[in-house]
Design a protein around this ligand. Sequence first.
Ligand code: MN
Length: 243
Amino acid sequence: MIDLHCHIDLYPDPQMVIRKCLSKSIFVLSVTTTPQAWPISSNIVSMHSKMPAALGLHPQLAGSRRSEVDLFDSLIGETSWLGEIGLDGAAEFSHTWQDQLFVFEHILKSASYDGGKIMSIHSRRAARDVLGVLRRFPDAGVPVLHWFSGTLAELQEAIDMGCWFSVGSPMMHSKSGRALIARIPKTRLLTESDGPFVQHSGGPAYPWQVIETSAELSRVWGVDPKVVSAQLEDNLACLLSSI
Ligand code: MN
């Protein structure tokens, strides 16, 4: 099982989540939301080879955390993974749009200087802008668009640019999300929980629940669940080989 976007440090009991992931041998990318949280957040998972930590500065925090880009730069050499980064075009964050652009561009520039990273990217209501910025920093690394919710045309643009996608239960449970998933190349797709932000059965989503997204994928693709799981493992190996 693979969870390519999970906020392990934000669960009430991260160690419980880690133990259960280890027992089920789940690969979990633990994304973070601010550089200030990095020492603690990365330490939580640092013992475990299947749980890399990604250095992030969440676009919804860019307005208040813009000054942390210098700290971000001082930490970027510690990891091959970045996230959660990106842009959020929702109305409630429109007053921080210039800060979001500043932070996202700064991070992509730093990633380019540092040789390229695998990047878990937020693009809610901002798919076109995210793709526009990514296009200007082709050496920043491999973008993985998490919970993509753009149009089919924007999806195609992202595919043509070489983007990857991580998909979870909210996408699977919406009609537009399923239409997007059906068009994502099978070789560029991975699963995610986005826990604990995403809710599942009345509580926070957990990494092991990606098994349900895999089961849905087997219906969408019309193949056996074992084929889905082999494909996802191949995809992860391919993504890992890019860094
Ligand atoms: Mn997230």
